[in-house]
Write a protein that binds this ligand. Structure first.
Ligand code: AVJ
Length: 338
């Protein structure tokens, strides 16, 4: 494919191979920014949170007392990993939005323990942050001698279309952390269709997602007392300034996060402190803001288990197993491709 030929390989020891893919054939870099800032209300895609600094800030979020998602998912994973490995059998692990891949270690441990596994275990992390990918790959291969890492610096769509050849009989796709919640219903349908295309019958998908619960608990997770989430939200503007030669003034935007009950989702916004104009020179963009006008930077949907199971099943998957914590705050669902 054209896209693969244009990719470049970065230098590594033999157990690590990381390729950076172009944003995609369909549109130039930043087209989504132009679209989002041209829309009413204004939006920006959450993938722009994750430059090196943003990935570090998100890491700090996962350790906050209010941010229950990561630690709850980690507890569930620790409980279910062996059973998961037994259900799936020997498999390559492909992870979308791998980030620091800290939780993934629990899964890797379980698959390496598998008696039937013929080393090495192949791990394919896909993430838009090259820094996060480099760092996690280096940490993983030094911790696991029997692991081969073949990473892709790419969006999910580009990464799914450029997966390396299989080593194991099966592929297990991991999409953890409730990142699926960033996609609206139409986007997630497109996403599941892409995942289905990358899998063969008998392959598996492990999906981690946040469940609907008392709004106060959810809102606190996105309005932490230490303001790390605010810094994470504002960092997107710093990233855009650097990437597109912009002049967003971070002091003139404010973090706002609230639960939209009708849509069962958290919305994160950046609120303009006054009337102002912002330029992104590389995109030839001048955007005007009224006082109080917002940019929606993220939605984070909160699901009912049955709704999610039905949405995934619609793309040719059968629910194989489900796991949750005792409070039913978070869920893991294992699907088998039919
Ligand atoms: C990584 C998308 C799952 O939606 O909870 C954390 C990102 N945003 N705090 C989420 C996030 C604000 C996170 N996901």
């Amino acid at each position: 494919m054209d896209r693969v030929q244009r990719a470049h390989s970065l230098h590594h020891p033999s157990e690590i191979n990381i390729r950076a893919l172009d944003a995609g054939e369909h549109e130039p870099d930043g087209a989504d920014v132009l679209r989002g800032l041209g829309a009413r209300p204004k939006t920006l895609p959450p993938k722009y949170f994750y430059d090196a600094q943003g990935s570090r800030l998100f890491d700090r979020i996962t350790a906050l007392p209010e941010y229950y998602l990561t630690r709850t998912e980690q507890l569930i994973l620790a409980d279910c990993a062996r059973r998961l490995a037994a259900l799936v059998g020997p498999a390559d692990l492909v992870e979308l939005g791998s980030g620091s891949a800290r939780k993934t270690r629990i899964v890797i441990d379980a698959f390496l323990e598998q008696a039937a596994l013929k080393a090495p275990l192949l791990y394919v992390p896909i993430d838009v942050s090259e820094a996060a990918l480099e760092e996690s790959a280096a940490g993983l291969v030094s911790a696991y001698p029997r692991l081969a890492v073949s990473g892709l610096v790419a969006t999910y769509e580009a990464g799914l279309a450029a997966l390396p050849p299989r080593l194991a009989p099966r592929r297990l796709m991991l999409f953890l952390g409730s990142t699926i919640g960033n996609l609206d219903a139409a986007e997630s349908a497109e996403f599941f269709a892409g995942v289905a295309k990358a899998l063969e019958p008998g392959d598996a998908l492990l999906l981690g997602f946040d469940l609907a619960k008392t709004p106060g608990i959810i809102e606190a997770a996105y309005n932490d007392a230490q303001n790390v989430t605010a810094a994470f939200n504002l960092n997107m503007l710093r990233h855009l300034n650097r990437r597109f030669d912009g002049d967003f003034d971070l002091a003139r935007f404010q973090h706002r996060a609230f639960f939209n009950a009708a849509a069962s989702r958290i919305e994160m916004h950046l609120v303009s402190a006054g009337a102002q104009q912002v330029r992104l020179r590389k995109l030839g963009l001048a955007a005007r803001f009224e006082a109080g006008e917002t940019i929606r930077t993220e939605i984070s949907r909160k699901f009912r288990f049955a709704d999610m199971a039905a949405a995934v099943a619609g793309h040719g998957f059968a629910l194989a197993e489900r796991w949750s914590d005792s409070q039913e705050w978070f869920a893991l669902a294992l699907f088998r491709k039919i």
